[in-house]
Design a protein around this ligand. Structure first.
Ligand code: PHE
Length: 364
């Protein structure tokens, strides 16, 4: 016998052993499936025994899974599918048992085991931006603000012109705009201030609103800037509304959101649609004002812009600026969330990584 023939005989023999083992494994799995399908349980204890026998960590199914390594590669897929069928059949059976016994005990007016642990329902979490937005709405609702919304696709009038930013106004460059049409008439709103105009056009004072919503800016995405984020705008127009009212409202908000001992500071600033205008800072609630990484050692952090609504804006909306005055403010929702939860990268809000989102279970 030449050496080639000898090898052939050896390999045939090897394959015959493997095939025999394969038949045995598939046969065993098939028998388990039949067993599961035929299984019955007379009470909760028997159902539990069924669970331990088939689905337990040392159970039959676990054992069957262990044979996978002994199968030739081309059979692994079929075996895996069979295993999934078996596992699903066992789980379904168990669920049938559970329902049967739960019903029976309910029917008899006494559960079979009062000390049994409850089933755990996996609960989702709210997105941190939703948590903050809802909190902002709740805080302002308490002092009489209503909530309104406007469109994200805006026209030039509501986003710019009516807000005292005519076409050649340099302040338009403060916000890098996504234009939707070449004539620049339609765009993605760069701020929620556009909703001020929409609301003032439609009603007469008194009015007291907040406008939460998404805004867009043509910026490179980094840890500190994004092409989309969220703002909440505030608007209060009535007789005799003053800057003092604005300051008190900002103080009230800051203390409700960040803590009772937070102080506010107003820095003179400029917005075309408010006069005078200010930037609002709060004393750093992390270090109490002594200086830390969150406030970059300054003791203060910025939360938004504000000011008294410019009479020209009231006039654009046909509101009598001799009779009425008002204030407006705008704050970044991401900004508030980043401060509150000490998140250092804006991109995390939009990646929807569950490991990030899960951390906000039960927050605020
Ligand atoms: N719209 C301004 C911005 O996005 C913020 C602002 C709103 C300022 C209302 C004053 C009044 O930067």
């Amino acid at each position: 016998m030449g050496i080639t023939t000898h090898r052939k005989v050896m390999s045939n023999l090897k394959y015959r052993v493997i095939f025999a083992r394969m038949d045995e494994i598939f046969g065993k799995a098939g028998a388990v499936l039949d067993e599961i399908k035929a299984a019955t349980a007379g009470n909760a204890d028997e159902a539990e025994q069924f669970r331990i026998r088939y689905l337990g960590s040392k159970g039959v199914i676990k054992e069957l899974f262990g044979f996978m390594g002994q199968l030739p590669n081309e059979k692994k897929r079929a075996y895996g599918q069979l295993m999934n069928t078996i596992k699903a059949a066992a789980e379904q059976k168990l669920e049938e048992f559970r329902q049967a016994f739960a019903q029976k005990s309910r029917g008899e007016g006494r559960p079979s085991d009062l000390t049994a642990p409850a089933y755990l329902y996996p609960m989702g979490t709210r997105h941190p931006l939703s948590i903050i937005r809802n909190k902002v709405i709740e805080i302002f609702s308490r002092v009489g603000f209503q909530v309104a919304e406007g469109p994200e696709i805006e026209d030039d009038w509501h986003n710019f012109t009516a807000l005292n930013m005519p076409e050649d106004h340099p302040a338009r460059d403060m916000q890098d705009t996504f234009f939707l049409t070449t004539d620049k008439k339609w765009l993605l709103r760069t701020h929620t201030s556009s909703v001020q105009i929409r609301v003032m056009e439609q009603r007469q004072p008194p009015m007291k609103f907040i406008f939460p919503g998404r805004v867009y800016r043509n910026e490179t995405i980094t840890a500190r800037a994004h092409c989309t984020f969220h703002q909440v705008e505030g608007l209060y127009i009535d007789k005799d509304v003053s800057f003092a009212d604005l300051k008190q409202t900002m103080l009230y908000f800051a203390q409700e959101m960040f803590g009772r001992y937070v102080e506010v500071r107003f820095r003179p600033s400029f917005f075309p649609f408010t006069e005078p205008s200010a930037e609002v800072d709060i004393s750093c609630f992390v270090c109490g004002g002594s200086g830390c990484a969150v406030c970059k050692q300054s003791g203060w952090v910025e939360i938004g812009g504000c000011g008294m609504v410019d009479p020209a804006v009231l006039e654009n909306c046909r509101i009598d600026y001799e009779k009425y005055t008002g204030y407006a403010f705008g704050m970044g929702i991401e900004r508030i969330a980043m401060l509150k939860y000490q998140i250092n990268d804006l991109r995390l809000f939009f990646q929807n990584d569950v490991r990030f989102l899960r951390q906000f279970r039960g927050a605020l």
